[in-house]
Design a protein around this ligand. Structure first.
Ligand code: ADP
Ligand code: ZN
Ligand code: ZN
Length: 817
């Protein structure tokens, strides 16, 4: 009987796709294997099999799969379940999840660009098809698979690509962000069997060539020949330890004493072996550790709220150790940008090569290798990784640590799946029976709410390690100083004085400028007035192109006033100054200091980011200027002053999370100040000196902040008291889009009533050539999300079925951040 497979394609298409299996592979295909399938005109994709059956679809003509890529599944059964959850919850397709989940090397398709590996040397003649592809690639340079197929005329080209990828003769094109480590190593061995007598003769022969003699001696030592062992010796290690040049070794090879051979050295096994014992925990940490264990007895998730530098990481390390002792695996999640050498070194010191690192800025081949290793019978026990590592296969997961759980980089903004890795991790852990520890000094309000209403456990660490004091936070009223013309650009006299003193004492300075300062807003240059929505009490977003102000929440639009309603001033300015300007100013004011800037521009690559951090750690830089990145869990020893240049851009950001984030950011940045035996100082510049958040930051009073925010959220029905879904509509034609948005809004209101807000124009109302409209949905926690999703998708289908609206693009952001 003919067999069929349902597959997932890496395409944002709803519905399943069925192919038939040619007889020769019919018995080899199992769930989780990859197959190459034709799709559309002349296109090929790598698809994943999720169901094998005998049911021939009636509606369309079924095609055969082109070939089978895997003998063994590359996905574990629970991963399908997890993918399905992501697709359901975040309102996207399995194809979207597939695209986000797998490294590129595992999902080649006809549009994939491949490049040849210049270092590749075949050890034996390649099959003609592979050779033909390499030849074509060398004459055309990097090429898409489709193009190579055309010029080589090869059948089943994806298979050939896969074989060459496995050999590393070619790579998937991507920016290689890190120098690529070779996977094979040159090693040395005796060219033929050797005994003591022969060796003696050899030494006699080499008497007059001291260098060669030295190499031979060293080889005997390194290989353990004299002890009767024969260990492998790498060429490089031999030359280095013998202090000899390559020519000495080459001479011995020519004399047929040695031969060189190549051996695979799994790229991942490199580097640091375990070197250290765990640090003993102090009493507070020990107490927290026991409480977490106790909490895990009853609850799946526990929040560890520990002030900055309380030693949360040490507590994590002890929990990891315990999980490993029970034979379990651990996933340690970090927000994208915080994945620095600092944390890697701390964990490697204890866990050595039981830990693997999964990072989007690593070469794809390395990610593929980790993926395969996790499927093997010797997987890493610990994965340290960013958001996407929740998609790795885990065979025996016992614990997930989500460090800095409040970070919004856990949320994928674009493209779909717009998932939150923290929340997804909690779901994943539930499926695998693992525990989750959420750690942070400044929990997200949602997490805090869950922890204080009993859903999660809650454990606190209130003392800094070795009782280093929290920094003193001194607010500066820039509005007043501005009026008195005492500001020097963006610097108050106090901040300048603190910087100067720190530099004199050879201590370091961090200056923080919020990235969201670039949010389009206007303000009165004279009095600092910022226009706000009369309905929603949030600052308005400025749309320069159309000269309008809009409310992010209710969609109401306003004209830009000609003069300030507060002071009648006529200078209404577009706000936002960047880190670059600050850098220039600092260099002028402190020409003797070395200054570095850390923002999106200066940290395009992982190495650039690490260099800035390492230089600062090593004291090569005196002043570090940066955006949110400088706040991310970094631990520096010599920072005595932190300057927060402008708290207002954070406070005025038009989002219901603005105050929460402002608090988190300022508290985190402030936490970088302070050294052993000395209290650090934070100069907090603001034009809203009376703003409650400023007071809460000064007192480090997280709980007051949370209480105030929770009561506001409750009043306006925002998370954690309701769930938000943003419905985005996209179309090329703005007029038609507005019409469709109105219609969709009405239909949504017919089903969801007053839970629907909008449509309105999002701050970025046009991307590429598509216009965008946004509709907000607030769903009570008590109502069924599954129902809501069903309704939403139904309304979307009904819309698109109307011929007039068929090219409307609809997508969703569930739990937006
Ligand atoms: P957090 O993660 O809470 O910000 P860290 O774990 O980074 O805090 O700890 C801050 C500093 O104190 C680090 O340099 C860390 O090495 C040190 N530290 C914390 N706890 C211990 C401990 N039990 N033994 C030795 N050093 C510790
Ligand atoms: Zn409004
Ligand atoms: Zn004014």
């Amino acid at each position: 009987m003919k067999k069929y497979v349902d597959v997932i394609l890496p395409l944002p298409l709803a519905g399943g796709f069925t192919y038939s299996l040619p007889d020769d592979v019919a018995d080899k295909v199992v769930n989780g294997c990859r197959v190459v399938v034709p799709f559309g005109r002349k296109k090929f994709y790598t698809a994943i099999v999720y169901h094998v059956h005998y049911l021939c679809p009636k509606e369309y003509e079924v095609k055969d799969i082109t070939s089978l890529l895997d003998e063994q599944p590359i996905l574990l059964p629970t991963q399908f379940k997890f993918w399905q959850w992501i697709a359901d919850y975040y309102l996207c397709t399995l194809g979207d999840v597939y695209k986000a989940a797998l490294p590129s090397g595992l999902k080649i398709e006809s549009e994939t660009i491949v490049v040849s590996n210049p270092d590749y040397e075949a050890d034996q003649p390649l099959p003609p098809s592979q050779q033909a592809l390499l030849t074509a690639l060398s004459s055309y340079g990097q090429q898409s698979v489709t193009h190579l197929e055309k010029v080589t005329g090869l059948n089943g080209i994806l298979n050939v690509v896969k074989q060459l990828l496995d050999k590393e003769a070619i790579f998937i094109k991507e920016e290689l962000k890190r120098t690529y480590k070779p996977k094979v190593e040159a090693r040395v061995r005796f060219a033929s069997e050797m005994n003591d007598r022969q060796l003696n003769i050899l030494f006699d022969l080499l008497k007059r060539s001291a260098k060669q003699e030295a190499v031979l001696m060293k080889y005997i030592e390194l290989s353990g020949y004299h002890r009767g062992e024969m260990m492998e010796v790498s060429r490089q290690h031999l030359l280095q330890s013998a202090g000899a040049s390559a020519s000495a070794l080459n001479a011995l090879v020519e004399r047929k004493v040695f031969e060189i051979y190549h051996a695979e050295i799994g790229r991942l096994e490199d580097g640091m072996m375990k070197t250290g014992e765990l640090h003993p925990l102090n009493n507070h940490q020990q107490e927290a550790f026991s409480q977490i264990r106790e909490s895990f007895q009853h609850k799946a998730v526990c929040l560890l709220q520990g002030v900055t530098a309380s030693g949360k990481t040490e507590v994590y390390i002890h929990l990891i150790e315990e999980a490993l002792k029970q034979g379990k695996q651990v996933l340690y999640l970090l927000p994208e940008i915080a994945l620095t050498t600092q944390i890697t070194v701390r964990l490697k010191r204890v866990f050595g090569n039981r830990m693997g690192i999964y990072h989007s800025k690593f070469p794809d081949a390395e990610r593929v290798e980790i993926w395969r290793k996790q499927l093997s019978d010797a997987p890493y026990d610990i994965i340290l990784g960013v958001r996407s590592s929740v998609f790795l296969p885990f065979q025996n997961l016992g614990l997930i640590i989500v460090d800095e759980e409040h970070e919004n980089t856990y949320k994928q903004q674009d493209p779909a799946p717009r998932y939150n890795a923290r929340n997804a991790a909690i779901v994943l852990a539930g499926m695998l029976g693992a525990k989750v520890l959420l750690g942070t000094a400044t929990p997200s309000i949602e997490t805090w709410y869950n922890a204080t209403t009993g859903k999660y456990g809650l454990v606190k660490l209130t003392e800094r390690y070795k009782e280093i004091l929290l920094p003193e936070i001194i607010p500066v009223d820039c509005k007043e100083l501005n009026r008195k013309k005492r500001m020097n650009g963006q610097f108050s006299p106090l901040l300048l004085q603190e910087i100067r003193q720190s530099l004199e004492r050879k201590e370091q300075v961090i200056l923080f400028q919020n990235r969201r300062g670039f949010a389009p807003m206007i303000e009165c240059k004279t009095c600092g007035w910022v226009p706000r929505c009369k309905n929603c009490d949030v600052s308005l977003t400025y749309h320069k192109g159309i000269g309008q102000l809009t409310c992010h929440y209710c969609g109401y639009t306003y004209l830009v006033p000609r003069s300030c309603p507060a002071c009648q001033g006529v200078e209404i300015v577009n706000r936002g100054f960047g880190t670059e300007k600050i850098e220039d100013d600092v260099k002028m004011l402190f020409p003797e200091a070395t200054v570095a800037r850390m923002d999106l521009d200066t940290t395009r690559t992982r190495t650039a980011y690490e260099r800035i951090i390492n230089d600062f750690e090593a004291g090569k830089t005196n002043i570090l200027i940066g955006t949110q990145m400088v706040s991310k869990g970094l631990d520096f020893d010599h920072v005595s002053t932190v300057g927060i240049l402008n708290a207002d851009t954070m406070l005025n950001y038009p989002d219901f999370r603005a105050y929460e984030r402002a608090f988190q950011l300022m508290a985190q940045v402030a936490g970088r100040a302070g050294r052993k035996n000395k209290q650090g100082r934070v100069v907090l510049q603001t034009r809203s000196i009376d703003h409650p958040i400023i007071g809460q930051v000064m007192q480090n009073d997280y709980e007051s902040m949370v209480c105030a925010q929770l009561s506001e959220r409750k009043m306006f029905n925002y998370p954690p008291f309701a769930r938000l879904i943003y419905v985005f509509l996209k179309h090329r034609n703005e007029e038609l889009l507005d019409e469709m948005a109105q219609v969709m809004g009405e239909r949504l209101r017919a089903s969801f009533g007053p839970r629907v807000l909008g449509p309105d124009k999002p701050p970025v109302a046009r991307v590429q050539t598509l216009f965008i409209r946004k509709i907000v949905l607030k769903i009570e926690l008590t109502s069924s999300m599954a129902e809501a999703r069903k309704l939403l998708l139904q309304i979307q289908r009904d819309m698109i079925e109307e011929p007039k609206y068929k090219s409307l693009v609809v997508y969703y952001d569930v739990d937006p951040m």
